[in-house]
Design a binder for this molecule. Structure first.
Ligand SMILES: Cc1cc2nc3c(=O)[nH]c(=O)nc-3n(C[C@H](O)[C@H](O)[C@H](O)COP(=O)(O)OP(=O)(O)OC[C@H]3O[C@@H](n4cnc5c(N)ncnc54)[C@H](O)[C@@H]3O)c2cc1C
Length: 391
């Protein structure tokens, strides 16, 4: 395996760095707000890089796996998202490429590309999380519409979204995976209510979404009626491949090394020189290198036209483990300076300790959610046991 970058890849890296510097030059850092997101999207769109992961047939730039790898590294190091457009861009678009009718592709893809419409994912229900196929939200056809009744939960970002892609029950088969239908629902439709759920870190990211006789046109069904499970599974593998967090962990690791060099450890040593701490950090760094290689291998398969498949569970499981360990190291480094409620203390004039330490408890708590979101660790292990190890 060749590990060094070719001249063409080095030139691509230069181009990526130039674009990043052009969009966010000087001391200004990306804050994730709408103005910065729009500026970043516009900079990407000028080169056609806002759809960097889309196939060329749908207007993507046709990057190689190595180019994706470089782009992830460079954007993460600069504190920028590798792509904008949320769940529409990363999750729904690949489904529309594979299962969408040409009219659906023509109707929905341009808005996703232009980041004009926000999507959320309506899969989970109160009694159907890990056991997703137990979902009970019904859709019954009446003329040209489906009428939807039921409830979705843990719907991230529904309060900012315009549309939801969701799973509904249209029938009962001999297996519960049968009779599920994938629908696209306009969240402004009458009968939809969005109820906020506040999470452990004090933020509003989740929602419960209720449907009371909500109409969605039959034309918004992706795939055939009753065959939504196949569509749903395809989407999950794309979601999980995106959850290896390699670039994030690499950037956390580099920040962590700087932080641990500032903090005193035991016996008058710096924390970074403490043999116990250094050994645990090195182990995580080695596992991260191995994960980066696995991710690259998976990206190469996707590039060659294969779906990521059950291997994406492996990436998600290990990626989550490593990113969580990074957040634990930070809390260990920050000690009493890690303030639990960052939003309240961000600009507190009397704060003590290094600035980097303040959000670490919130990051640690956020990090816990990663082993549940997109399917829990236990479920990923079950998938690996069955489909990768054939147990
Ligand atoms: C940050 C975050 C964002 C999310 N965003 C969305 C979203 O946008 N849209 C959406 O639809 N959902 C979303 N979810 C929901 C997520 O998909 C579910 O929480 C997840 O699938 C687990 O389901 P559950 O919460 O019902 O837990 P349960 O399924 O009730 O699981 C409870 C526990 O039992 C274990 N368990 C269950 N079954 C098995 C089994 N067969 N073998 C071994 N152990 C088992 C689980 O691992 C877990 O530890 C999000 C969740 C999080 C944390």
């Amino acid at each position: 395996m060749r590990l060094e970058l070719s001249p063409a890849d080095l030139a691509f890296r230069q181009e990526a760095r130039a674009l990043i510097a052009e969009a966010f030059s000087g001391a200004e850092t990306y804050d994730g707000g709408p103005a910065h997101e729009a500026r970043w999207h516009a900079a990407l769109a000028r080169r056609g890089w806002e759809v960097s992961k889309w196939p060329e047939a749908f207007g993507g730039p046709g990057w190689s796996a190595t180019q994706h790898f470089i782009w992830e590294r460079e954007t993460t190091a600069a504190g920028l998202p590798a792509q904008v457009g949320g769940m529409g861009m990363g999750m729904l678009a690949p489904i529309l490429f594979a299962y969408g009718a040409p009219e659906q592709q023509a109707r929905f893809l341009p808005d996703i590309r232009a980041n004009r419409v926000r999507w959320c994912q309506g899969y989970s229900e109160p009694e159907a999380g890990s056991d997703l196929a137990a979902l009970r939200t019904t859709a019954r056809q009446e003329g040209d519409d489906y009428i939807i009744d039921g409830e979705k939960i843990w719907t991230s970002g529904a309060h900012h979204a315009d549309w939801m892609f969701c799973l509904t029950r249209t029938g009962q088969g001999s297996r519960k995976q049968e009779g599920i239908t994938f629908l696209l629902v306009d969240l402004r439709s009458p009968g939809i209510q969005i109820h906020p759920i506040i999470s452990l870190d004090g933020r509003h990211g989740f929602n419960r979404v209720t449907f009371d006789s909500v109409r969605a046109p039959v034309a918004n069904r992706v795939g055939r009626e009753g065959e939504g499970w196949t569509v749903a599974k395809g989407l999950l593998t794309h979601e999980r491949t995106g959850q290896a967090y390699v670039s994030l962990s690499l950037s956390l690791l580099s920040r962590l090394r700087e932080a641990a060099a500032e903090i005193p450890g035991s016996q008058g040593r710096r924390l970074i020189d403490d043999p116990g701490f250094a050994a645990r950090l090195s182990l995580a760094a080695i596992e991260l290198e191995a994960l980066a290689m696995t991710e690259l291998r998976t990206l190469s398969q996707v590039e060659a036209g294969e779906a990521p498949g059950a291997q994406s569970s492996l990436l998600k499981l290990k990626g989550t483990d490593i990113v969580q360990r990074m957040t634990e190291f930070f809390v260990e480094c920050a000690g009493p300076y890690a303030a639990p409620w960052f939003p309240d203390l961000a600009d507190h004039p009397g704060q003590v300790g290094p600035t980097w330490a303040q959000p670490e408890v919130v990051r640690y708590l956020e990090g816990r959610a990663a082993s549940i979101a997109g399917g829990s660790d236990e479920i990923q292990r079950n998938i690996i046991a069955k489909h990768v190890l054939k147990l």
